[in-house]
Design a protein around this ligand. Structure first.
Ligand code: BEZ
Length: 258
């Protein structure tokens, strides 16, 4: 999962760690909201290659990391052999003992079955336990997704069912949480324009890493064509002084299990 993967189970972990470090670097802010305490039992749901899991461990918490992508778990184990990492699905995972907190950064927008993920998180927590999460919210990467859809249409390929993401509003997600027995004590939706690494290649790399379902089944030439059309379409708004920026909008939530 982390920032990842849920719908695409095959991640290039080297590319992820090398060019997309902003995923966990921005997530460090979310750790302040989690405020992990020594001795607490905490799950990092969608841990990716484990950087934030390790930060939680440094606070003295008993942390474990789950991710859907075997390649991410393999790399996380290699990076931090002292931490337990397991392959698990956010929409159906179970834990052995109820936890003090479930933490999740930049993952839950890959889980279209939000109800199932919330049910799993709820059953994983002790009463009074907290769920602290950040992920893409309503309007996230709207310009990029629209450009991809238009570029596919321009070569007569249907964009239907290619969008892998779930970007809810605060109202929608808070309602789902309340319906399943959470008290939502904090929520915010904010824009976070995110500069992409690799200068001119930044948007193409981002699309290949995170939006590959829009390119599935296309020939190499068609993929190149789609990316070129997307770049042309987005250049006036998302490319400045040699750097691409992704139009991220984040939702942050803290909810307590009743
Ligand atoms: C996000 O972190 O908001 C995100 C990442 C990849 C694809 C879509 C959204």
């Amino acid at each position: 999962m982390n920032n990842l993967s849920i719908s695409n189970n095959c991640w290039d972990t080297a590319l992820y760690e090398d060019k997309h470090a902003f995923v966990w670097q921005y997530g460090e802010d979310l750790l302040k909201l989690l405020n992990p305490q020594a001795g607490e039992s905490i799950l990092d749901l969608g841990c990716g290659t484990g950087q934030l899991t390790e930060k939680i461990a440094q606070a003295g918490a008993e942390v474990m990391g789950f991710d859907y992508a075997p390649a991410m778990i393999e790399k996380a184990r290699e990076n931090y052999p002292h931490i337990r990492f397991d392959i698990a699905d956010a929409s159906s995972f179970r834990v052995d003992k109820p936890l003090d907190a479930v933490f999740s950064n930049a993952v839950l927008h890959w889980v279209k079955e939000a109800d199932s993920a919330i049910a799993s998180i709820h059953q994983a927590l002790k009463p009074g336990g907290r769920f602290v999460a950040e992920f893409g919210g309503k309007g996230n990467v709207l310009a990029i997704a629209t450009a991809l859809e238009n570029a596919l249409k321009s070569i007569s390929i249907s964009a239907q069912d290619r969008n892998p993401w779930y970007f809810p509003s605060i109202g929608e997600y808070a309602t789902l949480l309340e319906q399943q027995g959470f008290d939502v004590i904090y929520s915010t939706l904010f824009t976070r324009p995110t500069p992409l690494a690799e200068e001119e290649a930044g948007m193409a790399n981002w699309i290949q890493m995170f939006a590959s379902s829009f390119l599935t089944g296309l020939s190499d030439e068609q993929q190149i064509q789609v990316i070129r059309v997307v770049e042309e379409y987005l250049k006036p708004t998302l490319y400045q002084q040699g750097t691409w920026t992704a139009d991220y909008r984040r939702i942050r939530i803290v909810a307590i299990k009743l």
